[in-house]
Design a protein around this ligand. Structure first.
Ligand SMILES: Nc1nc2c(ncn2[C@@H]2O[C@H](COP(=O)(O)OP(=O)(O)OP(=O)(O)O)[C@@H](O)[C@H]2O)c(=O)[nH]1
Ligand SMILES: [Mg+2]
Length: 431
């Protein structure tokens, strides 16, 4: 269902709110509890992330209204003017939500790379992730093993435990990658002796291909490694500390990490501002979950990413429900949202540099073969060319590509035409 299965992995020590974040973002029911290792087997689900630009159905509506072929949106319209018919995801008020796969794994404890806790098993659960979100406990309410400490810590303790949490995860990932490199290193370096740098790159690429390494990511990491190190000896003489450094550079390129500073609702003041060099996104995952549930129950009008919500008149709320909702309203207005949607937005569009494009079969009416309006919104790399997009839609469309037509400008475009965010494209192909 998810095009090209872009995956974001949720990692972190136990009991920080990974499953809560996952459940809030995917609406999937999963186990959540205030003790470590509540999650054992990974949860995989689809999160819907709002496209940065309005759905093109906004432009379509404007055109139809101008031509007198459509009336203005009525206040009672549940879609608030949206005209598109998404095959997956949704669109209300021209806010289009697109799918991305999310993976929630077991908590990671120090020594995981040597088999502690759930050990390497769940490290491999992360192997296919294109990016990681480390969920950290901004309240300092848990120790490094995920034991609940009875409540939030003071600022100093929370800052120290955040540093510890962030560092240990880096170290575990580095140790894991170093372990994979180490295995077979002596065999690998024989190739290096024969083939030089090229042999080194291809050996590393082979070893790490299971983690999603590509030739170009390995080459880039090797280049950075060579610039940042002063080792004079040949690869076959590299000791454990050099390999560890290499693993660190490779980790940075294979697994960019974004940080969800969760439990922000109970975090002591000023905690996040002491982290100047790491972008910690304030998050309140359990509030996002509660708001999503209240939305499904028809109590409130809320969309992920909103910084406020409206209580629905016809929902007969009990006094405690109303009180709880008013409390949450204050919290999200103060914090500028729960942070869940904002973080996913940042990871998908800034870190992974994706755009959203809309292939159609009819460049005038923006419909597919069955007359469905803008049914597909594809999440693709920002530099994608028309022909590559055709391959995303279908292999035959890529193989038979003749030309594209930009649905907004009606211009004919060639195979190498680079698409922009929000583009609508008709693809002509030999059948
Ligand atoms: N105050 C507060 N508590 C939260 C928040 N998010 C999650 N929690 C609580 O933190 C506890 C742990 O949540 P989980 O989602 O099970 O944590 P996890 O990281 O998946 O834990 P493991 O699966 O054991 O590794 C639960 O009691 C949640 O209700 C939050 O934003 N604020
Ligand atoms: Mg969990």
């Amino acid at each position: 269902m998810v095009v090209n299965e872009l995956r974001i992995g949720l990692v972190g020590k136990p009991n920080v709110g990974k499953s809560t974040f996952f459940s809030a973002a995917t609406q999937a029911q999963v186990d959540i509890a205030n003790y470590p290792f509540c999650t054992i087997d990974p949860n995989v689900g689809v999160a819907f992330v709002e496209a940065r630009l309005s759905c093109p159905c906004k432009q379509l509506r404007e055109r139809l209204e101008q031509d007198g072929r459509l009336e203005e949106t009525q206040v009672e319209d549940p879609r608030k003017g949206s005209l598109c018919q998404p095959r997956t995801g949704s669109c209300i008020a021209h806010r289009r939500f697109v799918p991305v796969a999310l993976v929630d794994v077991a908590g990671l404890v120090p020594g995981a790379s040597e088999g502690r806790g759930r050990g390497n098993a769940f490290l491999s659960d992360l192997a296919n992730s294109d990016a990681l979100i480390q969920v950290v406990d901004a309240a300092g309410s848990t120790d490094l093993e995920g034991q609940f400490l009875g409540g939030a810590s003071n600022s100093e303790q929370a800052i120290a435990s955040l540093h510890e949490e962030i560092t240990f995860l880096h170290e575990e990932l580095d140790a894991w990658i170093a372990g994979i490199l180490n295995e077979g290193w002596s065999r690998g370096v024989r190739r290096v002796q024969a083939e030089g740098d090229k042999g080194l790159a291809s050996f590393i690429h082979e070893r790490l291909s299971g983690l999603g390494a590509t030739a170009s990511s390995v080459n880039q990491a090797l280049h950075e490694f060579q610039q940042s190190t002063t080792v004079s000896v040949q690869p076959w003489e590299w000791d454990a500390s050099v390999l560890r450094h290499l693993a660190q550079v490779l980790r940075q390129s294979l697994f960019p990490i974004a940080y969800a500073a969760n439990k922000f609702d109970i975090a002591p003041p000023g905690v996040l501002s002491s982290f100047q060099d790491i972008a910690l996104e304030p998050c309140m995952a359990d509030m996002e979950l509660a708001l999503r549930r209240a939305t499904s129950a028809g109590m409130i009008d809320y969309q992920p990413g909103d910084t406020s919500f409206a209580l629905l008149n016809d929902a007969s709320l009990s006094e405690p429900q109303e009180k709880a909702l008013n409390h949450m309203m204050k919290k999200i207005m103060d914090a500028g949202g729960t942070g869940v949607a904002r973080l996913l937005d940042r990871v998908l569009f800034d870190q992974l540099e994706r755009i959203v494009v809309y292939p159609v079969q009819d460049e005038t009416h923006w419909v597919d073969g069955e007359g469905k309006v803008l049914p597909d919104a594809f999440v693709v790399p920002s530099s994608i060319q028309a022909k590559a997009l055709a391959y995303h839609v279908h292999t035959d469309l890529g193989d038979g590509f003749i030309r594209g037509v930009d649905g907004k400008t009606r211009r004919v475009v060639g195979a190498e035409h680079e698409l922009s965010d929000g583009d609508v494209l008709k693809i002509h192909a030999k059948s």
